[in-house]
Design a binder for this molecule. Structure first.
Ligand SMILES: [Zn+2]
Length: 797
C-alpha cells in the first residue's frame, strides 16, 4: 500500500481503508482537540489568592480590599466631576496606607485630537538600593479616572489596586536595585492627559527608564501582555524569566498597532521608553458601561494582572534599561509568545536572525523537496505536486467564501453589535466550517495529489508564508509559520517518509510527519485563534474560519489516506455541527442584562434656534423609548458637527439646565501675512465640566493652543494624528472647564469668517429625561461618556 502510494501518488479509499488509516485520522483529530483544550486552559487567568498569601507575593484578596476602598461608592468619576476629586483623595489615602508618601502633581495637557484638561496625578516612590540616576527607575502606571457611563472598576481602578498591592509586596521584600515609581494617573479616558502631563512636566519623568502599565478593555479573562514599547529586546526577556503565568504574543503587539485604541503607554512609546502593557479583555460588552463594577470584575483577572505586574516590575527594576535615544533608530524588538501559559519562547528580531530564519526555511524547503522527490523509488509526479500546492489556496478561499457568505447571509442578524451575549454557537460555526473545508479539500485533491503531494504542497506554503512574514511583512506574526515549518522539515529529515517498508511503518511515518508539525502549529495558533473574537469582535469570525482551515489543512495527508467512508462521516458531521450551530446562533438572543446593547441618550439644546431634542445614535431604537417620545429616524448627523450616520431624534421640551448655554467671546482678532489669528474665551455659565469648539475644516486651522498648550500641530508619531486629515471639524475642548473659562488661540489659513459651533456638556439628562432612562430596556445600556446633556450655539467667527 505504502509503496503504491509513493509510486503513484494516489490514494484509493477502499484499498487503504483497511489498515487503520481511518483510525489515524480520528486520532489526529483527537490530538488536535487535546491541543485546543490545552491552549484554552493556558489562556485562563490565574487562581485568585487569599489574604494568607506570603507578604512578598501578590494576593487578589488583599488587592480587592484596596479596590473596595477605592470604588467605595461605585460612582462614575470622570475627570472634571465631583466624584473624581473624591476618587483622587481615596487614591492618596491608599498610598499612605502602604507607608508611602503620595505626591499630587497637577498639570494641564491636551490630546492631539483636541481634548484638554487639568489633571492631578498621584505619584509615589519606592526607593531602590542604588542611588537614583536618570533613565533607571521603573514606572508602574494605572489610571484612576473613569468614563462617565460607569464606575470604572476594571478600567482602571483594578489596575490601581493591583499596582498598590504590587507596591506593597515590593516593599515587603528586599529593595529593588532601581527605584519604582507609582503613577496613578488622571484623565486617561479624556485623551491620556495624565500620562502626557507626567512625561512633559513631572520632575520624576527624567528618572524613568521603563513603564509597566495596567489596563482593562473588559471585566474578565487572562491579563495579556499585549503591547511592548521601546527596547522590547531588553524588557521581554526579563518579563519572560520571572512571569509566573505569561499569556502573551508579539502577534497582539503587531495587531494592536493597527487598532485605534490607545493607553497611557502610547505616550511613553512615542519617546521609545521601554514598556510592557497588560490588560484583560473578556466580557468586552461591559467595558465603559455601568457593568464595569465590583460584582462583575473577575478576581482571577485581578490576580493574574497583579502577579504579572509584580513580576515585571521586579525584573525590570533589578536590571538597567538601555539608554533611550529619542531621535535615533527604533530600539531592537523581540519576537515572543507563550507556550500554554507556562513559558515564553522568544528571540530578537535582528537583521542577522532574520537572515538565519530565511536560510533555515530555505534549507527546510530544499531538504523536504530532495527527500520527497528522491526517496521511495520514484519522483513525485508534477500533477501530484501541483494538486498539493492547490490545497492551501483552495481551502483558504473556500473557508473565506463560506464564512463571509454565512456572516453576511444567515448570520447577518446574529451580530447587531461587535460582541453578543451567547457567542459560543457563532464561534463554533466557523471552527466546524474550517474543519469541513479542510477535510473536504483533502478529499477533493487527495486522489490526484496523494499523501506526498498534499504534504509537500501544504508545507511549501507554510515555508513561503514564513519567509514573507518573518523576513519582511510582519516578523511579530511570522513565527506562526516559521516554527511549524521548521518542525516539518526536521521531522521529515528524521523520519524520511515515503521510502517503502511495510504498511504499518509507512502509516506510522505518514502520521509522524503530518502530526508533529500540525501539533506544533496548533499549540502556537490556537491561543491566537481563541482570542480573535474577544479581541476584534464578530466581524473577525470569518478570519478565524480561514485561519483554522489553514491550520486543519496540515492534517490533509492523514485525511487523504483515510477511508472514503470515514472522511465522509467526518465531513458530514462537521457540516452538521456548523448547520446546527448556525441555527443556534440565529436563535440566541444577541443581548442580555450582562451583555447589553449600547444605547446612550443625549439631550441636545440648540441654543441658536432655541430647539431641544432627544438624540439616540445608531440603527436601533426599542419600542420602549418610542413610547416615551415621538422619535423619528433622521438621516442627518446626530449633532450639528458629528459625521453623518443613522440617528434617531425626538423633539424635547426646554428643560431647566442650571444656566444659559456656552459663550465664545472673541478677545482678539488680527490678520498678518495672509493668516488670521483669533483669541477667544470659552465659558459655560451653567458650569458644565466640558466646553468644546468645533471649527470647520475649510477655515484651515494651522495652529491651535488651549490655555497656552499647543494642540496643533500635535505631537508627531501618534495614531490619533493620522485621522486629522479626514476630519470635517477641528475639535478643541477643555474637559475641566473652570468658572473663568479657557483661552483658545487659533491661527487660520482663511481670513474670511466661518460658522463655528461652541458647546458644553454635562453628565446625565435634565430632570425630564428620567422617563427615557427608565424606559431603556434591561438588555441595553449607556456607554462611554454616558447619557449627556449638550448645549450648542452657532457662532460667526
Ligand atoms: Zn482604561
Amino acid at each position: 500500500m505504502a509503496d503504491r502510494l509513493a509510486e503513484h501518488g494516489e490514494v484509493r479509499g477502499a484499498e487503504v481503508e483497511q489498515r487503520g488509516t481511518s483510525w489515524a485520522l480520528v486520532a489526529a483529530l483527537l490530538l488536535m482537540a487535546l491541543a485546543l483544550l490545552l491552549a484554552h486552559r493556558g489562556r485562563q487567568p490565574s487562581v485568585p489568592r487569599g489574604a494568607e498569601t506570603p507578604a512578598t507575593e501578590f494576593s487578589s484578596a488583599r488587592a480587592e480590599q484596596v479596590l473596595r476602598g477605592l470604588a467605595a461608592e461605585q460612582l462614575p468619576h470622570p475627570i472634571g466631576s465631583a466624584a473624581h476629586a473624591a476618587a483622587r483623595r481615596r487614591v492618596e489615602q491608599a498610598v499612605r496606607a502602604l507607608g508611602l508618601e503620595p505626591k499630587v502633581e497637577e498639570g494641564f495637557a491636551c490630546h492631539p485630537l483636541g481634548s484638554c484638561g487639568r489633571v492631578e496625578n498621584v505619584v509615589a516612590r519606592i526607593p531602590g538600593s542604588e542611588p537614583g540616576r536618570p533613565g533607571t527607575a521603573v514606572l508602574l502606571s494605572a489610571h484612576y479616572d473613569s468614563v462617565g457611563a460607569g464606575p470604572g472598576v476594571a478600567d482602571d481602578l483594578a489596575g490601581v489596586a493591583a499596582a498598590l498591592e504590587a507596591a506593597r509586596a515590593i516593599k515587603a521584600g528586599p529593595a529593588p536595585r532601581h527605584a519604582v515609581l507609582l503613577l496613578l494617573d488622571d484623565g486617561e479616558e479624556a485623551g491620556l492627559l495624565g500620562a502626557r502631563a507626567f512625561i512633559e512636566h513631572s520632575p520624576e519623568a527624567a528618572e524613568v527608564g521603563a513603564d509597566v502599565n495596567l489596563e482593562a478593555r473588559g471585566t474578565a479573562g487572562a491579563s495579556l501582555m499585549f503591547e511592548t514599547s521601546g527596547a522590547s529586546a531588553w524588557a521581554v526577556p526579563l518579563f519572560a524569566r520571572r512571569a509566573p503565568h505569561p499569556v502573551t504574543s508579539s502577534v497582539y503587539s503587531t495587531l494592536y498597532d493597527y487598532l485605534p485604541n490607545d493607553t497611557d503607554l502610547t505616550v511613553f512609546k512615542r519617546r521609545w521608553m521601554a514598556g510592557l502593557n497588560f490588560a484583560f479583555i473578556d466580557n468586552p460588552a461591559q467595558y465603559h458601561t455601568p457593568l464595569d463594577n465590583l460584582t462583575d470584575l473577575s478576581r482571577a483577572s485581578l490576580q493574574h494582572q497583579g502577579e504579572s505586574a509584580l513580576a515585571a516590575v521586579r525584573a525590570l527594576a533589578d536590571s538597567t534599561p538601555p539608554a533611550v535615544a529619542e531621535s535615533g533608530p527604533p530600539p531592537a524588538r523581540e519576537i515572543y509568545f507563550d507556550l500554554l501559559g507556562r513559558v515564553v519562547l522568544r528571540w530578537p528580531d535582528s537583521a542577522g536572525l532574520r537572515v538565519l530564519e530565511q536560510l533555515l526555511l530555505g534549507a527546510v524547503l530544499l531538504l523536504t523537496l530532495i527527500l520527497l522527490v528522491r526517496r521511495g523509488g520514484g519522483r513525485i509526479r508534477r500533477a501530484a505536486f501541483a494538486s498539493g500546492l492547490l490545497a492551501m489556496p483552495l481551502a483558504a478561499a473556500a473557508a473565506a467564501l463560506v464564512g463571509l457568505g454565512l456572516f453576511m447571509g444567515l448570520l447577518s442578524g446574529a451580530f447587531p453589535a461587535k460582541w453578543v451575549a451567547h457567542p459560543l454557537a457563532a464561534n463554533l460555526v466557523f471552527w466546524a466550517v474550517a474543519l469541513a473545508v479542510a477535510l473536504g479539500t483533502a478529499a477533493l485533491l487527495g486522489q490526484r495529489a496523494g499523501t506526498r503531494g498534499l504534504w509537500l504542497g501544504v508545507w511549501v506554503w507554510w515555508v513561503l508564508l514564513g519567509l514573507a512574514l518573518s523576513g519582511f511583512l510582519a516578523p511579530g506574526i511570522g513565527y506562526l509559520f516559521l516554527v511549524p515549518a521548521i518542525a516539518a522539515g526536521l521531522v521529515t529529515g528524521l523520519v524520511r517518509p515515503w521510502r517503502g517498508g511495510d504498511e504499518r511503518s509507512a502509516l506510522g511515518h505518514l502520521f509522524a510527519v503530518t502530526m508533529v508539525p500540525a501539533l506544533v502549529a496548533a499549540l502556537l495558533w490556537f491561543p491566537i485563534l481563541l482570542g480573535l473574537y474577544t479581541g476584534l469582535g464578530g466581524g473577525a469570525l470569518w478570519l478565524v474560519g480561514v485561519l483554522a482551515a489553514v491550520l486543519f489543512l496540515t492534517l490533509a495527508p492523514v485525511a487523504a489516506a483515510a477511508g472514503r467512508l470515514a472522511r465522509r462521516v467526518l465531513i458530514t458531521a462537521a457540516a452538521a455541527v456548523a448547520l446546527a450551530a448556525t441555527v443556534a446562533a440565529i436563535l440566541s438572543p444577541p443581548f442580555s442584562a450582562s451583555c447589553p446593547r449600547p444605547l446612550p441618550i443625549v439631550y441636545h439644546l440648540d441654543d441658536t434656534a432655541g430647539q431641544a431634542r432627544w438624540v439616540v445614535r445608531g440603527e436601533w431604537l426599542p419600542a420602549e423609548l418610542r413610547n416615551v417620545a415621538p422619535f423619528n429616524a433622521t438621516a442627518g448627523p446626530a449633532l450639528p458637527w458629528s459625521s453623518p450616520g443613522p440617528a434617531f431624534a425626538a423633539p424635547a421640551p426646554p428643560l431647566p439646565l442650571g444656566g444659559p448655554g456656552p459663550q465664545l467671546a472673541l478677545v482678539q482678532d488680527g490678520v498678518r501675512g495672509g493668516k488670521r489669528t483669533v483669541r477667544l474665551r470659552l465659558t459655560s455659565p451653567r458650569a458644565a465640566a466640558a466646553g468644546m469648539v468645533y471649527i470647520p475644516a475649510a477655515a484651515h486651522v494651522e495652529a491651535a493652543r488651549v490655555n497656552g498648550y499647543q494642540v496643533i500641530p500635535g505631537a508627531a508619531g501618534e495614531r490619533a494624528t493620522r485621522f486629522f486629515a479626514a476630519l470635517q471639524w477641528i475639535y478643541l475642548a477643555d474637559v475641566t472647564l473652570p468658572a473663568e473659562g479657557c483661552e483658545i488661540e487659533v491661527v487660520l489659513g482663511e481670513v474670511k469668517p466661518f460658522d463655528w459651533y461652541v458647546a458644553d456638556r454635562t453628565r446625565g439628562l435634565p430632570a425630564g429625561g428620567d422617563a427615557l432612562v427608565r424606559a431603556r430596556p434591561a438588555a441595553a445600556t449607556t456607554i462611554h461618556e454616558g447619557d449627556v446633556t449638550v448645549v450648542s450655539r452657532r457662532v460667526r467667527i
